[in-house]
Design a protein around this ligand. Structure first.
Ligand code: ATP
Ligand code: MG
Length: 167
């Protein structure tokens, strides 16, 4: 796990300890929030998404990928049958990994995907259902995004270790 330790040090400047809470009223607003998050990323971030079924994790990721400049044609459908989706952004200079931990049985299975190697200064790693593999993620001090159902189309979204420039 030496890799993990190095990652932790490299990411020190992304641990902002800033907590933000935002409500969105529609799927489009959640995508727009994601876009602002994507635009604020610098590379090297690990992003944990935690929230029940249908809270909008995949919509938010679509926005984040858009904000990072991932080609819209490549864009994210839920990787439920592919454990890891890969995209390129910044004209190929940035790699985006989208992992869905929903069907993983254990943190060990998550680590077996090679997740430590995905986390680099020129990548962004997005993990849906991160709570299922939290043991492997906590030491990475991820930007942690929690999504909650409000009534109807309302979603409350909290960001821990939020980058500046979002809200
Ligand atoms: N404010 C909102 N933000 C996001 N999605 C919303 C909102 N209001 C309604 N929706 C609807 O909720 C659903 C969210 O779907 P999405 O696939 O993004 O959720 P998810 O958290 O990824 O679910 P899963 O756990 O199944 O992967 C969509 O059908 C979307 O249209
Ligand atoms: Mg999803």
């Amino acid at each position: 796990m030496g890799f993990m330790v190095l990652n932790k040090i490299a990411k020190a400047d992304t641990m902002t300890n800033r907590k933000i809470e935002i409500s969105t009223q529609s799927a489009a607003e959640t995508i727009a929030l994601g876009r602002r998050i994507g635009e604020a990323l610098k590379g090297g971030e690990v992003i944990a998404l935690i929230g029940n079924l249908g809270t909008g994790k995949t919509h938010l990721i679509k926005g984040i990928a858009h904000g990072l400049g991932v080609e819209q044609d490549d864009l994210v459908t839920s990787p439920t049958f592919v454990l890891v989706n890969e995209y390129f952004a910044w004209g190929g200079g940035m790699q985006v990994y989208h992992i869905d931990a929903y069907r993983l049985e254990s943190a060990a299975e998550f680590e077996a995907l090679g997740v430590e190697e995905y986390s680099r200064p020129d990548s962004v790693v997005l993990v849906e259902w991160a709570d299922r593999v939290w043991e492997s993620m906590a030491s990475l001090n991820p930007l942690t995004i929690r999504l909650f159902h409000g009534g109807g189309d309302v979603r409350t979204i909290t960001l821990e270790n939020a980058p500046s420039g979002i809200a």
